[in-house]
Design a protein around this ligand. Structure first.
Ligand code: PRX
Length: 681
């Protein structure tokens, strides 16, 4: 465990002196008024199992559970004996009252808009579940989803959930290598994909990446792909308009055209095979890969009943969605936010969701605000990085649009600096919309720390307090609570229903990563935090080697592995440095193999070309999100006597600039290392 990051460079004055009272943050529709908040917290703290069981009762169960919780750390089981289906809870149960209500309102970057009602979405999901069953898929089989942000991506997730096929969504920004590793780890039988998507006016090709990956994935039997580019008119067309199936292959796997395959599903097939599978509450709904400190990305496994309970309850509390709302979560489905608060939570709540495929500043920098105006969006949930980049473009852009439809603003994924918080509040929310800064993780499944709007005063930069039902604390190395004002480690002491169940195929790693730093089944988040005198929590960032770049979580080790796979690189150490927009930027310290070092030493042109080559190499191996911002070349990396790289020193260097002013030669970091060795050991 690393030392707690310091809070020195945070604007403590602004944070501590300004707070916004619940009355100022008033949301007329809030379910929980200020008066009820204390009681709610008290009741949930006194009996968390009863609190969560009450939340689970808001879902529709095919069979009620026999027992609420089995807790054998790190193993938790919730609502044991209960039978449930996530797609039924997101679709079928709304059909009596919301069949004609918009479930999804989609806008593409080129400008087209498509709306699907709950009934239409249900129909599409039934078709795909039937088609997958006809291909022989059984509950528990894994399906990889590698898709652009189109309506069918939601269909893909819900169709898997309906059949009990555990999905693993892989972010469209990952390239073939990263895709291959994830598909192989999950042992997926099917890949649901598309030919590509739109971003910043460009066509992002996915199929080439899929084809490359699948060739090295022996478990994949079928690839089902949406052909958007070749048949643009198919988007939004009914299945009957689709062409006849065109059989093909991707390496050893069968290739199906998405619409053509659905076209083969007859109404009687759909009636016989399109229904929701009654699944055990603990049935794995999905695997989502996320970065850790060591090794390959971890396949975080989430359950069905507990996960859905957590996301529905928190969706209701934090966003308080109503039938008249149009809610927009800007996350991609490839991340946990896209799972919990773009698909499962809001649809389980019967809400109308807005989905946008493309860049929020294209073709004009005010695209995001124009869409809020055009669609009358009422709740916006986005990342601090996005807010900071819009800040840079100036207040005229949001102010020139009518955003009176907005009533609530949320942030997620990284600490928000008070300045960005204030800008969001004043210029996007016109000073009247409450802000919910929501702290949580892939592993927690659902929001853990957040204000309940209308019930809790907010302070810019703090996610405020834990939601009811979570036993969160800030502790020292021994696990004792730290006094108010001191830094410590952010932990969750008791189990909660949406907690990750395991790491796919590696239960030992699950235990080691989250439950080995403290005793008695205490979960360690990997974050440092501080509690203030009011019990508010201020997240100070990761204390491990995980980076948070634009709200995207990246393991330094993954980037290092990609770099050392390059023939010219001998050794690499990757660290983060503070970045005004992205939160953190990626800095790689590199030692070169002898021949390469000779080539570039004293040759600025060759050094610049090599930097570019290595950046492209990482993009190719992982994806553009992992591309190092800075590359620094050294004769040797500073290490402890036992050979451990002095990362803290490298972090300081990355943040502070050069050691030698001459960037044409390799840096000599060993001198500095000698000075610091004893301290680190
Ligand atoms: O460091 C915390 C940061 O993001 C990490 C979790 O990343 P991921 O699993 O990708 O999930 C992101 C979306 C939930 C955490 O360990 N983090 C997330 N939300 C916040 C945050 N840091 C500060 N404030 C937040 N609101």
């Amino acid at each position: 465990m690393s030392p707690i990051p310091s809070s020195e460079n945070l604007s403590v004055t602004l944070r501590e002196t300004r707070s916004f009272s619940p009355s100022e943050d008033f949301v007329s529709k809030a379910t929980i008024k200020a008066t009820g908040y204390g009681q709610l917290i008290q009741a949930a703290t006194a009996d968390p199992e009863a609190y969560w069981a009450n939340a689970a009762e808001e879902l529709t169960w095919f069979k009620p559970w026999d027992k609420i919780l089995n807790w054998n750390p790190p193993q938790s089981e919730w609502f044991i004996g209960g039978k449930i289906n996530a797609s039924f809870n997101c679709l079928d149960r709304h059909l009596t009252t919301r069949a004609r209500k918009a479930a999804l309102v989609w806008e593409g970057e080129p400008g087209e808009v498509i709306t699907w009602t709950y009934s239409e979405l249900h129909f599409q999901v039934e078709l795909l579940t039937t088609a997958l069953r006809k291909l022989g898929l059984k509950p528990g089989d894994r399906v990889a989803i590698y898709m652009p942000m189109i309506l069918e991506a939601t269909v893909a997730m819900l169709a898997c959930a309906r059949g009990g096929f555990t999905h693993t969504v892989i972010f469209g920004g990952f390239n073939a290598e990263a895709l291959k590793d994830r598909i192989n780890d999950a042992q997926a039988r099917v890949v649901l994909t598309g030919d590509g998507g739109y971003r910043k006016g460009s066509w992002i090709d996915l199929r080439t990446q899929t084809d490359k990956a699948v060739a090295a994935c022996p478990t994949v039997e079928h690839v089902i792909s949406i052909q958007r580019k070749l048949a643009g008119q198919l988007r939004g067309a009914t299945v009957q308009d689709s062409p006849e199936p065109t059989p093909g292959r991707v390496a050893h796997a069968l290739l199906h055209d998405w619409h053509a395959l659905l076209h083969t599903v007859t109404p009687s097939d759909r009636r016989a095979m399109g229904g929701p599978e009654p699944l055990d509450s603990e049935h794995p709904l999905f695997i989502l890969y996320t970065s850790g400190t060591t090794g390959k990305p971890k396949g975080i496994v989430h359950s069905t009943g507990g996960y859905l309970t957590g996301v529905l309850r928190t969706t209701q509390q934090v966003f308080d969605l109503k039938d008249e709302d149009l809610y927009w979560c800007t996350a991609d489905i490839g991340w946990i936010t896209g799972h919990s608060y773009l698909v499962y939570g809001p649809l389980a709540a019967g809400a109308s969701l807005f989905i946008y495929e493309g860049a929020p500043n294209h073709p004009t920098p005010d695209r995001i605000w124009a869409m809020i105006e055009r669609h009358r969006i009422s709740v916006l949930y986005t990342a601090p990085t996005a807010i900071r980049s819009f800040m840079r473009l100036g207040i005229e852009l949001p102010r020139s649009r009518d955003m009176s439809s907005l009533r609530l603003l949320g942030t997620v994924g990284e600490p928000i600096n008070p300045e960005a918080w204030m800008w969001y509040r004043e210029n996007v929310g016109s000073g009247r919309c409450p802000i919910v800064d929501t702290y949580w993780q892939t592993e927690t499944g659902a929001i853990v720390i957040s204000p309940i709007p209308g019930a809790l005063a907010t302070k810019p930069g703090s996610a405020t307090r834990p939601l009811p039902g979570y036993d969160v604390d800030v502790v020292d190395k021994q696990g004792n609570p730290v006094p108010a004002g001191s830094g410590g480690y952010l932990v969750i002491r008791k189990p909660w229903p949406s907690m990750a169940r395991t790491i796919h195929g590696d239960p030992e790693r699950f235990k080691k990563a989250y439950f080995s730093d403290f005793e008695n089944g205490v979960y360690f988040t990997g974050d440092g935090a501080r509690k203030d005198n009011d019990g508010y929590i201020w997240c100070l960032g990761r204390v491990d080697d995980v980076l948070n770049v634009s709200g995207h979580r990246l393991g330094t080790m993954e980037i290092e592995s990609a770099l050392v796979a390059h023939p010219k690189v001998a050794e690499a150490a990757v660290v983060g440095r503070p970045d005004e927009i992205k939160g953190q930027a990626i800095v790689a310290f590199i030692t070169l193999k002898a021949v390469a070092a000779n080539e570039v030493s004293g040759n600025p042109g060759a050094l610049a070309a090599l930097k570019k080559e290595l950046q492209q190499h990482v993009t190719h191996e992982i994806g553009a999100l992992a591309r190092p911002d800075d590359l620094r070349f050294a004769d040797a990396l500073p290490k402890t006597r036992s050979g451990k790289i002095l990362r803290r020193l490298l972090r300081e260097l990355a943040a502070g600039g050069q050691i030698s002013g001459d960037v044409t030669t390799l840096e000599d970091l060993t001198v500095l290392a000698t000075l610091q060795k004893d301290e680190e050991e």
